[in-house]
Design a protein around this ligand. Structure first.
Ligand SMILES: Nc1ncnc2c1ncn2[C@@H]1O[C@H](COP(=O)(O)OP(=O)(O)OP(=O)(O)O)[C@@H](O)[C@H]1O
Ligand SMILES: [Zn+2]
Length: 454
């Protein structure tokens, strides 16, 4: 099965050919851990989990290595610790636990490696020393800065000139910088802030070098895929490339760059700084199953901006209820080719869901189950969400079938019509054929109202 992916670096949908099909390697930028993940943060997790599942399907589970880091040293974490009076370790530990719980709740498999930046300080220091030696970085006033002029291809990923980037970004001007675009590899830590001894005094790493060092340590100088949200393209990913390319001139760093578009709220990126966010945990607490969040995310292509709406939630929930009812107790068959083909076409998850709808309409429960599972839907780990709310419709089926049999005799269909309208009002799809009566939870199915009717 050929996989095609839109590579930000080439701006084309390219055929994906791994460096080593025995070990396909992917790195995705993970969270800075000081707060609950908002729904926007779940988007890259779900998108790259889908790619992880597709790669495992195509190359074999043992032949894919997925690394997603935790940034556990950052000024935002320090600020949170200072304002809450809690220790940094306590905050990062707690946030990592929340993150894993919430991402598992939306059906994401754990990556193979989840490195924490603070455990790779040695690798970062070594990389920075090498960059200074080769003339790509310089130390000044306890800081070490990367010299963007030393790397000719700086800006190539986002296709912008250094001038454009300066104009578009909030560049911190500092007396110790030779060029305002130069960025920090290492900075001094004052008393009370996390710090490590280094050739430049006690300090801590800049954010960008963390990913370069962890990706290099775990995946090597050249690997296959690097992912993240498109908000990270500049400066974070440009800087990762500059550092890694200069530190390892023989390597390619990441060959394919994938960027997911943003989850938006009224046209703006959902973000902590804008305050226009709700967390995955908020939704879970409101009774929105993680699987429903996942379904909504997958209903839009990852390169398109999207919104979370109540309407999408309702439709996703109704579809999943229907599919869960259809596939209950059914073992998955072979994964339908059409589903894999849609996913292999630049992760066309919306197309894959259309295929699942088709399988459901055809009554191919084993195919539906297998196709859904490769997308991380209808899996057993996500199975309890319908929990207390599932209603056994078989009793209603019997009642309706009995009423119909009597009506055939008496030619009085009042009771049948009454039952039908009650069921339809509760959002149940009623199918009556000569072979019998089938009831399925339809869009807007409300089990509570049905129960109330007894
Ligand atoms: N609204 C969003 N939609 C999709 N992805 C997002 C959104 N906001 C952040 N991300 C992604 O979430 C991941 C974690 O990023 P990070 O922890 O830096 O969040 P963040 O950017 O600090 O969030 P915020 O912008 O709200 O402060 C990154 O891959 C980032 O691209
Ligand atoms: Zn990164």
């Amino acid at each position: 099965m050929d996989i095609r992916l839109t590579n930000t670096k080439t701006r084309k949908k390219d055929l994906f050919t791994p460096l080593d099909p025995q070990n396909v390697r992917m790195y995705v930028c993970g969270p800075t851990v000081y707060d609950r993940a908002h729904l926007g943060n779940a988007r890259p997790v779900i998108v790259f989990d889908l790619l992880f599942r597709l790669l495992r399907h195509v190359y074999g589970e043992a032949h894919v290595t997925y690394v997603r880091n935790f940034t556990d040293v950052d000024d935002k974490i320090n600020a949170r610790a200072a304002e809450s009076g809690r220790s940094i370790g306590e905050i990062t530990e707690e946030t990592i636990g929340w993150y894993l719980d919430d991402m598992r709740a939306v059906g994401a498999l754990d990556p193979d490696e989840m490195p924490r930046a603070t455990r790779y300080i040695g690798e970062m220091v070594a990389m920075i020393e090498g960059l200074i030696e080769s003339g790509h970085a310089y130390a000044a006033e306890g800081h070490v800065l990367f010299s963007v002029e030393s790397y000719e291809r700086y800006g190539a990923l986002s296709g912008r000139s250094v001038e454009d980037m300066i104009a578009g970004a909030r560049v911190e001007v500092a007396p110790y910088k030779r060029n305002p675009m130069d960025f920090v590899l290492w900075k001094p830590s004052s008393e009370g802030l996390p710090g490590w001894d280094s050739p430049w005094g006690r300090g801590r790493p800049g954010w960008h070098i963390e990913c370069s060092a962890m990706a290099g340590a775990l995946l090597g100088e050249s690997f296959d895929i690097h992912g993240g949200g498109n908000d990270l393209m500049f400066p974070h990913h440009e800087n990762e490339i500059a550092q890694s390319a200069c530190a390892h001139p023989e390597g390619e760093f990441a060959r394919v760059w994938l960027h997911n578009e943003m989850l938006q709220v009224e046209g703006k990126k959902m973000s902590k700084s804008l305050g226009n966010f709700f967390t995955v945990r908020d939704l879970l607490d409101q009774g929105v199953p993680g699987e429903v969040m996942r379904f909504v995310m997958l209903s839009i292509h990852y390169r398109k901006p999207m919104d979370w709406t109540e309407k999408k939630r309702g439709e996703a929930e109704a579809t999943l209820r229907k599919w869960r009812a259809l596939t209950e107790g059914v073992a998955p068959g072979p994964v339908p080719e059409a589903v894999v083909a849609a996913l292999a076409d630049d992760l066309n998850s919306a197309g894959a869901l259309t295929e699942l709808h088709r399988l459901a309409a055809e009554g191919d429960a084993a195919g539906l189950r297998a196709g859904a599972e490769i997308m991380g839907l209808l899996t057993d780990t996500l199975g309890d969400w319908a929990g207390g709310e599932t209603v056994d419709l078989s009793e209603w089926e019997t009642r309706l079938a009995t009423a119909r049999a009597q009506a055939m005799e008496s030619k009085d269909f009042t009771q049948v019509d009454r039952l039908k309208s009650v069921l339809m009002a509760a959002g149940v799809e009623v199918r009556m054929s000569k072979d019998g009566v089938t009831l399925l939870p339809g869009p807007g199915f409300d089990p509570a109202s049905l129960e109330a009717l007894g």
